[in-house]
Design a protein around this ligand. Structure first.
Ligand code: SF4
Ligand code: SF4
Length: 66
């Protein structure tokens, strides 16, 4: 199984740690680090964009993997 072409990236300065991205991610790829901000496990993320679509702060976006 190949790795996805896109991956979610969190903008730490905008994330308010609301946890919405955790609840919508179909892969369980997001967690909240010490209650401060979300963190994406790049190995699990499939770049589907659901977190990006639902984040109320516009803090998580999918980008092409480098
Ligand atoms: S939904 Fe957005 S603001 Fe909320 S924890 Fe996720 S990245 Fe942060
Ligand atoms: S892009 Fe999809 S798989 Fe990746 S963290 Fe967001 S919701 Fe989860």
């Amino acid at each position: 199984m190949g790795i996805s072409k896109k991956v979610a990236i969190v903008d730490l300065s905008h994330c308010v740690a609301c946890g919405v991205c955790l609840t919508v991610c179909p892969k369980g790829a997001v967690s909240i680090d010490r209650g401060c901000n979300s963190v994406v496990n790049e190995q699990l993320c499939v770049g589907c964009g659901k977190c990006e679509k639902h984040c109320p702060a516009g803090a998580i976006t999918t980008k092409w993997r480098i």
